[in-house]
Design a protein around this ligand. Structure first.
Ligand SMILES: Cc1cc2nc3c(=O)[nH]c(=O)nc-3n(C[C@H](O)[C@H](O)[C@H](O)COP(=O)(O)OP(=O)(O)OC[C@H]3O[C@@H](n4cnc5c(N)ncnc54)[C@H](O)[C@@H]3O)c2cc1C
Length: 472
């Protein structure tokens, strides 16, 4: 049912007039996805300030039969936080974007239980800072942390650069508060590390991308803060050398190896071209940025790191290496890594894949898939970087002029090979609306049917982010 003046008035009474946006240009801006490629349409944007306000909004939306799209920082890469492009006028006029940014309080930090309780609109960086004030670590870290919000992070089960040591968002969530499609509140705000009292309902909402309910609060785990972190930037003699470097660092430092990022030459060239940034050592075909964390010493153990790297340089596994000598060095190393996505975007973007493959299959996957792409689509060049340590790569394909005309075919080629390698086509960014058809193509019908049943159990009228993750 389309919006009515009465409904707008009702929403204003719930959240305050300033928090119901109907100005067409502001609504249009909120309906543009984070990559700037998919312009959707909606009738209004609403910004509740609490769980109670969210529940009242959702109740009003249920009574009016509105479609509701939850939106946090709108940084996701799969088109899930904004309405679909090409909605009919009638569909757009019954679509509401629900922004969570007003619910941004850090409610409490419990240093004994090592937990933090937050509202869903808290920006990821603010949660990290709140933990640090108590000498604790909230380890989830990604390049969009200055703008993405905890609700979005949980709803996408975000990963980032520390999954290798600390896991994805799922491993950090102890409790959730959810507003259901009906407006009822499902309060699962427990701070327990052990709780087998029935089905673990919170798990269903982690990674559900706004299709099962609106997350409004969360209890998250914290970790002991490392006393020091040393970063290394190395050049590999060849792609295969990545396996030797990883296993050497893992065997020497064990859980102290907290990040391990593989970066190919093409993204490094984008970095130079679009952002004027150079890696700390001369670019090579393959480089690795890694972190070694230390909980004992404020200086870390540079001698142990040198001892681990030196034989690899001597036996030709590595051709060069730089080790951070200060926090400023570390920041400079990581600035290079984190500037890759915006640099690539500035150059016009590329065809994106967020894939994971068991680590033992990654080298072969990169070699075979790159060769197949170049043979099938003359002029394309894979632009590969990502979280090798947890088997997840951003296996992107550019340049724009050569790759964009073949976008769908490139997706199929890459996804077929991921599937054959026992991997996932949505490793950390989620499915959104960009990968739903591929999910149906590549997953067993029983798995898709189970997902549809789950969706219908929580959202029988298909009003929450319809068409995302799994189409009915
Ligand atoms: C430069 C850059 C680097 C990135 N790096 C990484 C990375 O390393 N690892 C990674 O995993 N991701 C990465 N991302 C993707 C993105 O930042 C994450 O997926 C992030 O978790 C999304 O949070 P958000 O608040 O922006 O969510 P949004 O984009 O606003 O929403 C994402 C999805 O969650 C739903 N949603 C949002 N809030 C709620 C809520 N409160 N309740 C229910 N559903 C909700 C939306 O409907 C949508 O489907 C990166 C993005 C950028 C731009």
């Amino acid at each position: 049912m389309p919006f009515s003046a009465e409904l707008i008035e009702a929403l204003r009474r719930i959240v305050g007039a300033a928090n119901v946006i109907t100005d067409p240009s502001e609504v249009r801006a909120a309906a543009l996805d984070g990559r700037g490629r998919r312009q959707g349409a909606a009738f209004a944007v609403v910004r509740p300030g609490s769980t109670a306000e969210t529940a009242a909004v959702m109740k009003a939306a249920a009574e009016a039969g509105l479609t509701v799209i939850a939106q946090g920082g709108n940084t996701s890469n799969v088109g899930g936080a904004t309405p679909e492009p090409g909605l009919s006028e009638e569909e757009a006029s019954s679509t509401l974007i629900l922004q969570t940014g007003r619910m941004r309080r850090i409610l409490s930090v419990d240093p004994v239980n090592n937990t933090v309780t937050v509202e869903a609109g808290a920006v990821l960086q603010a949660v990290q800072e709140a933990a640090a004030e108590h000498h604790r670590l909230f380890p989830l870290s990604l390049a969009a942390e200055g703008s993405c919000q905890i609700g979005g992070v949980i709803a996408t089960n975000a990963g980032g650069v520390h999954v290798l040591r600390y896991g994805s968002a799922r491993r950090m969530v102890l409790g959730l508060k959810i507003v259901l499609a009906s407006g009822e509140v499902l309060d699962l705000m427990r701070s327990l590390r052990k709780d087998n009292a029935g089905y673990s309902l919170k798990e269903l909402f982690i990674g559900s991308e706004g299709t099962l309910g609106i997350i409004t609060e969360a209890v998250l785990t914290l970790e002991p803060e490392p006393r020091s972190i040393i970063s290394g930037w190395t050049s590999l003699a060849g792609l295969e050398a990545v396996e030797t470097l990883f296993s050497t660092l893992e065997s020497v430092f064990g859980p102290g190896l907290t990040a391990f990022e593989l970066i190919g030459r093409t993204p490094l060239e984008s970095l130079r071209e679009a952002a004027g940034l150079e890696p700390p050592i001369a670019a090579a075909d393959w480089q690795v940025l890694f972190d070694v964390s230390d909980w004992k010493s404020a200086e870390g153990d540079p001698a142990a790191l040198e001892e681990a790297l030196m034989p690899l340089i001597e036996n030709g596994t590595l051709t060069d290496a730089a080790v951070s000598q200060s926090d400023a060095d570390r920041e400079a190393f990581w600035r290079c890594r984190e500037t890759i996505p915006p640099a690539v975007k500035r150059l016009g973007g590329n065809v994106k894949h967020d894939i994971s493959v068991p680590r033992s299959g990654l080298v072969g996957f990169i070699r075979d898939t790159s060769a197949a792409l170049k043979a099938a689509f003359p002029g394309v060049e894979p632009s590969i970087f990502g979280h090798y340590g947890d088997g997840n790569l951003h296996f992107n394909v550019g340049p724009k002029a050569a790759a964009f005309p073949h976008e769908e075919a490139i997706h199929r080629l890459v996804h077929d090979r991921v599937s054959a390698a026992g991997g996932s086509i949505a490793a950390e960014h989620g499915v959104g609306s960009l990968k739903t058809d591929e999910l149906v193509r590549l997953k067993a019908p029983q798995e898709i049917a189970a997902m549809r049943s789950l969706k219908l159990a929580f959202d029988p009228d298909n009003r929450l982010n319809p068409g995302r993750v799994v189409r009915l």
